[in-house]
Design a protein around this ligand. Structure first.
Ligand code: FMN
Length: 324
């Protein structure tokens, strides 16, 4: 049976970042945020010997498994795996513009073939798990509402309940995936308009939401927001989400967060790379001036696999600075 779950505040899927470890950290920081895995190609999901490490879900629910693929039988298998691993949702990536993804016939290029996307969603659907979609507004340089509307019209035939929209086009050649997150202009209005046409579908707005005040304001008009880079750069923002968005009294102490996270990753050292275990925390240094000394110490301790010293150093860093 599917549970009623709030998707008011979602942390976007981010390859190389929203790993099982990052999701553990995010869950320590926020009880209410809806989390996503990074995109996993259906073939890796089905055949990888490393599957446990890639998609482990250590009760970090509510959480979605995002997949990339367009082979119907693989998608059906992927959906079963998501159920076995206790995910609440399986989400199809129809937004990634990278060349590699286009070669594998998944991601944003699928927006060219709305009937295929509809078949893909149907392959993911079952009464045990929510099957959802993350898409763009369209393809190429020109924004056309009619294209977006016709795409969603086709999706609506599946009975889909949740659609995440990165509210800009994808440009499939000539610009990088990073450029595709900044260059095509945002149009939140398209999402507002489609939401009025389909009140039974929850549309979650994504793209360019770079602070929590903005998120809070947008929630007056939209059913949910999804945020990526803001959280990647400083996951400690999530501590504020439960207070600001979900109006909870949250007395989390930064040091306790670090201690809890390290208690989780320490037993994994030796089975997983120290970089992957620590990467959800490392970005917090990048935006802070004079953090060079911390960075070089952390690199040194990582080389020596000295996780206790890294924990102490992170706690010192946090004591010395205000993170949020
Ligand atoms: C490093 C990185 C990796 C990403 N990987 C994925 C991915 O695996 N699947 C996906 O649907 N979107 C991916 N995205 C796009 C984000 O989910 C999101 O749509 C985009 O960053 C816009 O949201 P933001 O402005 O809040 O960052 C990625 C973004 C970044 C920065």
């Amino acid at each position: 049976m599917k549970k009623e779950i709030s998707r008011k505040f979602c942390v976007a899927p981010m390859m190389g970042y929203t790993t099982p470890y990052a999701r553990k950290l995010y869950r320590i920081l926020s009880k209410n945020s809806f989390l996503f895995s990074e995109m996993i190609a259906t073939k890796s999901l089905i055949y990888s010997k490393n599957r446990e490490n890639i998609i482990d879900n250590d009760f970090n629910n509510p959480v979605a498994l995002q997949v990339g693929g367009s082979e119907i039988d693989e998608l059906t298998k992927a959906s079963k795996i998501a159920i076995d691993y206790n995910y609440d949702e399986i989400n199809l990536n129809v937004g990634c513009p990278s060349k590699a993804v286009q070669k594998g016939s998944f991601g944003a290029c699928l927006m060219k073939n709305k009937v295929l996307v509809r078949n893909c969603i149907e392959a993911l659907q079952s009464d045990k798990i929510e099957a959802t979609l993350k898409c763009r507004l369209g393809l190429g340089k020109e924004l056309k509402y009619e294209f977006f509307e016709e795409f969603i019209d086709e999706m609506s035939k599946t009975g889909i309940k949740f659609i995440y929209v990165h509210a800009r086009n994808a440009i499939l050649s000539g610009i990088s995936p990073q450029g595709n997150r900044t260059i095509p202009p945002l149009s939140y209005d398209f999402v507002k308009k489609i939401k009025n046409k389909y009140p039974n579908i929850t549309f979650i707005l994504n793209g360019g939401i770079d602070n929590l005040d903005k998120a809070e304001n947008l929630l007056k008009e939209f059913d949910g927001v999804m945020i990526g880079r803001l959280i990647k750069n400083n996951p400690f923002i999530l501590k504020e989400v439960d207070k600001k968005i979900f109006k909870e009294k949250n007395k989390l102490i930064d040091e306790t967060v670090i201690n809890n996270y390290f208690a989780y990753i320490k037993p994994k050292l030796g089975f997983e790379s120290i970089f992957r275990l620590l990467s959800p925390l490392l970005n917090i240094f990048f935006s802070v001036p004079n953090s060079k000394i911390y960075k070089s110490k952390i690199n040194e301790y990582m080389r020596d696999q000295n996780i206790n010293l890294i924990e102490d150093l992170l706690i010192k860093f946090i004591r010395d600075r205000i993170l949020v």
